[in-house]
Design a protein around this ligand. Structure first.
Ligand SMILES: Nc1ncnc2c1ncn2[C@@H]1O[C@H](COP(=O)(O)OP(=O)(O)OP(=O)(O)O)[C@@H](O)[C@H]1O
Length: 301
């Protein structure tokens, strides 16, 4: 039915906003099925989850997979996490589009100093809180949502420090109305994302068939798996994919299930890129090049 991305600085009231939104949704008729996805559900400790880039990437991967599994035409899924990286919100938006459901962002707009104070108070109250260095790092890297981006729109803004967070807060009511509104041919203010089957067909027609894309990315995986097996778990460095193609930099061993997951996500994301996004691969080598770049980004090299 819908995906709601909660977004905000650390300790900005996101979980309170999530609870208020879920309660407000549950008070509507017919009562929708609401599912909250957050770190707590996975027993993840915030200071460990954001300790370094690898841990943070793992956390995002876990949450994204859970969102991917949970999206359906019947449920409202709320992702209660920082969701502070623009590219990550784009990925979540792509998942909503692939599922053909509505999407929105609920932003807790609180200035850093106030979040810092609330975080300190959490320590005093012996609630789970962020270590100072992690808090400062997250605050510095926060990418504020911008309603002009498709993946930040529609954007409902809460100002918890100024106005508190209530079930009756304007942003919560607007979000509830958007999420539960019946849509007919006259409804213009509710956007249901459409999977881009038409554009996918155009993109992967002829030589660019999905089959070619599948084959090219599978070949990359095969090369990596073979190189890793030859290295016998030792350091691998860069894996060559052939002349005029970028090497894949493998600083650590990556298991086959993870490689398969990355491949599936890549294929999904490439198929979903809009016409204004990066151009689709035009042949097997372009597909390999894009996949290698994607792996290098995802594997953090
Ligand atoms: N409007 C408010 N006024 C005062 N304190 C608040 C307000 N909103 C949140 N807080 C305090 O901020 C702290 C963090 O709240 P909450 O857990 O909702 O934030 P969060 O953004 O979900 O945190 P995290 O980044 O850990 O997920 C809590 O201790 C809460 O009491």
């Amino acid at each position: 039915m819908a995906l709601v991305v909660i977004c905000g600085q650390p300790s900005s009231g996101k979980s309170i906003a999530t609870t208020c939104l879920a309660e407000a949704l549950n008070a509507t008729e017919p009562k929708p099925s609401v599912r909250i996805i957050n770190e707590t559900a996975f027993h993840l400790n915030r200071n460990q989850s954001y300790a370094d880039m690898t841990a943070e990437k793992n956390l995002r991967g876990v949450l994204r997979s859970e969102v991917d599994r949970s999206l359906s035409k019947d449920d409202i899924v709320i992702v209660d996490s920082l969701n502070s990286i623009k590219g990550y919100r784009y990925e979540l938006w792509c998942l909503a589009r692939a599922a053909g459901i509505r999407y929105c962002v609920l932003f807790c707009d609180v200035d850093e100093d106030c979040c810092r104070k609330w975080n300190e108070e959490r320590w005093e109250k012996e609630e789970p809180a962020y270590d100072d260095n992690i808090f400062e790092d997250l605050v510095r890297r926060f990418e504020k949502p911008d309603r002009r981006n498709r993946w930040d729109s529609p954007l409902f803004e809460l100002w918890p420090a100024r106005e508190g967070i209530e079930k009756s807060s304007a942003a919560i009511l607007e979000a509830v109305s958007y999420l539960t509104k019946k849509v007919d041919s006259k409804t213009r203010d509710v956007k249901i994302l459409q999977p881009t089957i038409a554009t996918q067909n155009a993109r992967f027609s002829g030589a660019n068939s999905l089959y070619e894309m599948d084959k090219a990315t599978q070949e990359v995986i095969n090369v990596i798996v073979e190189a890793q097996s030859k290295a016998l778990g030792g350091p691998l460095g860069s894996v060559s994919l052939g002349p005029e193609l970028p090497a894949v930099n493998m600083s650590t061993y990556v298991g086959l299930p993870e490689l398969r997951r990355l491949r599936r996500t890549f294929i999904k994301l490439t198929g979903q890129s809009s016409l204004s996004g990066p151009p689709p691969p035009s042949d097997a080598d372009s597909a390999k090049r894009m996949f290698a770049d994607y792996l290098n980004r995802e594997l953090g090299t």
